[in-house]
Design a protein around this ligand. Structure first.
Ligand code: COA
Length: 260
């Protein structure tokens, strides 16, 4: 994998670990981080040897403490729209990745950090993780999908409470609300995330991609999720992996999937 200025990457077996590497700024998302995230996700999706990715923050304090507030100074309305649109494009790309991406939330996930974690397919939180959308404190609203994905994940009532009060919640509360899939000890964070990805990597890759596509179809304007499921079910039936998976079951052996 190429070198980035604000990210570090590590490949372990068929998994990619991406660290946002601005520890001194609590991994805040500046323009370069957003551009590099866009690039690394493209590379991850295009690399057939990679079966899953983990997104996390460098250091032991923050996953991402939000968009970089220092870049907000003097922003015009038009520039505000462009900034939000750019973030939406990148976060949508993460969400629509046909291969799973887990947010390993290792500390503060505030504002854009919470939004980034929510764009990932699963969120595993360390005990010290903190989630929140404090934008109203800054005279802002979330601009990277937070008003939508928070409602999708935890429901309108609780989402409105967090968005309007700017309250920060801990990992246990986030887990109770369904915002964090699991809470683990900090030392277990990466290993737990990897083991979930390894489990997903044993499943048929096309089927995994189609599940991601169908679930997000539900939330996409103008797309009928039920119809997407019917069509993609048919596409799965037409794969070699479907034949292999069903044959392996009947022959009482482990399936050997090829992603075809
Ligand atoms: N944008 C830019 N810089 C940020 C940042 C952000 N979102 N969050 C933290 N930083 C920077 C701080 O300015 C500080 O930089 P400095 O050392 O050059 O002064 C450094 O990261 C460390 O942060 P600091 O505030 O000193 O740490 P703390 O432990 O006292 O507080 C937080 C941690 C997360 C509570 C606090 O940093 C914070 O409230 N951050 C902003 C959260 C936010 O509003 N996010 C939404 C943005 S839309």
């Amino acid at each position: 994998m190429k070198e980035f200025s604000t990210l570090l990457t590590e490949t372990q077996d068929n998994l990619l670990i991406i660290y946002i590497n601005r520890e001194d700024k609590l991994n805040a998302l500046n323009k370069t981080v957003i551009a590099e995230l866009n690039e690394v996700v493209d590379l991850f999706i295009a690399d057939d040897s990679l079966r899953g990715a983990i997104l996390t923050g460098k250091g032991n304090k923050a996953f991402v403490a939000g968009a970089d507030i220092s870049e907000f100074k003097g922003l015009s309305q038009q520039e505000g729209v462009a900034l939000a649109r750019r973030g939406h494009d990148v976060f949508n790309k993460i969400e629509q990745s046909p291969k799973p991406i887990i947010a390993a939330v290792n500390g503060f996930a505030l504002g854009g950090g919470c939004e980034l974690a929510m764009a990932c397919h699963l969120r595993i939180a360390s005990e010290n993780a903190k989630f929140g959308q404090p934008e109203v404190k800054l005279g802002l609203i979330p601009g990277y999908g937070g008003t939508q994905r928070l409602v999708q994940l935890i429901g309108k009532g609780k989402a409105l409470e967090l968005l309007l009060t700017a309250d920060t919640i801990d990992a246990t509360e986030a887990n109770k609300l369904g915002l964090a899939n699991q809470v683990v000890q900090t030392v277990e964070l990466l290993e737990t995330s990897k083991s979930i990805l390894r489990k997903i990597a044993t499943q048929a890759p096309v089927a995994v991609a189609k599940v991601i596509e169908c679930v997000h179809a539900h939330f996409t304007d103008g797309i009928d999720g039920f119809n997407t499921e019917i069509e993609t079910f048919g596409e799965c039936v037409a794969t070699e992996d479907f034949v292999e998976g069903t044959t392996a079951f009947l022959e009482k052996r482990k399936a050997n999937f090829k992603g075809k």
